[in-house]
Design a protein around this ligand. Sequence first.
Ligand SMILES: *Cc1c(COP(=O)(O)O)cnc(C)c1O
Length: 475
Amino acid sequence: MGDNVERPSFRRLPSVERLLQRLEAAGALGHHPRRLVVACAREAVDRARRRLVEGRGAAEEISLDALLADTEALLLERSAPSLARAINATGIVVHTNLGRAPLSEAARRAVAEAAGYAVLEIDHATGVRGSRQAHVASLLRELTGAEAAIAVNNNAAAVFLALTALARGRDVIVSRGELVEIGGSFRMPDVMAAGGCRLVEVGTTNKTYLADYEAALSPETALLVKVHRSNFSMRGFVHEVALPDLAALGRRAGVPVLYDMGSGAFVDLRTRGLPAEPTVQEAVASGVDTVTFSGDKLLGGPQAGLLVGREGAIARIRAHPLARALRIDKLDLAALEATLRTYRDPDRAWIEIPVLWMLGRSRETLEPAARDLADQLAPVLGDAAHVEVCPTISEMGGGALPGVELPSWAVAVRPAGSPVEIWDRRLRRHRPPVFARIVDDRLILDLRTVGPEDYIPLVDALAACRAAGRRGADG
Ligand SMILES: *Cc1c(COP(=O)(O)O)cnc(C)c1O
């Protein structure tokens, strides 16, 4: 390394100062903060130096113009918004890393409306201070049949808040088959511990009976908890207690019952030929005291945690000091209200709520869509890639319908000159970035999660892949 740095060719690298002078002359400092321009110029020179150290290229090839272009590219990258729109061609409908549920048009309009001053916690008729919960509580009651409802930041918050408010310092009974982990750091036993509850495990991994819960009841029992296995499935020699039976036990014993259903659907998926997923209405009708679920999974709304159930339990939850710390913000609340309103007409919900619309698309409707996109892509890619349509399988994602295969159609792109991974990376670096799957050296663009509004940017992104290949630009 020391020897390399002494190589005379380095002296021929343009200095950061000269680069800055040129940038100044080109007017690049005009609209960018100087500090940022300096950082980008320094990085462009550093990268060039690193290329030399690693023996990739000669100093003669690194012109001032090339460094200027690199600096400007870095500036563009650094000043663009980081949380940018993306195109999801993975076919995974609720893709947590791509923002889970895309919002409906109505929800997007509601967010824009609420972004300024809004009647968040005030009754505009009387001028009296109100509760932000009023915007969704009655809708949630109406749609689910529950006596009471409250919305918080997300479902993890909903579960944590319910455990803390209903069972802090006391016993909580859960089946060993339901001590689940849901993405990242949400593990049921840890959440219980954080909520100050004593976890009482009953049953076994594969089988838990009502008698197991009954035997564990004691004067210290504050809560019976049931957790929906939303992100995995168990088959074979298994048994779990049905929700109505657990609710009945809770009533007999005078102990409230909490059901964390995770995804929480408002519509029966079977009506569209999809596998059954428990609905919130069924859960409420089973008589449990509190049901918790996410706003941005099957519901297809914004990030939120919804708690619905009996007035007694919800009132204790609402009154707990943590409810303030975990409260929902006004933009999510606006999107949630608009999403819930759409569910008043379930047929409209299947069309207007993107998650439901995407789930409801059949292989028969996806095939012509795939052909349409392929027809647009083929002339643009020419001999740079082979384009064809093929059947594929998409999945729900986001902790719902685990293991369920949704038959779909895709456009498969096989680059001719370069490895498919290079194209995949170019697509991710494009604006808007495109996320696809790689299968057998082909990019699979699954039409389930690609709408007609995505075609033009998608075709642009692939055209840019081809152009980058011609330039040999793969930084
Ligand atoms: C997804 C999920 C959660 C966490 O919900 P978030 O809205 O992501 O916080 C909790 N419990 C179950 C069963 C889940 O599926």
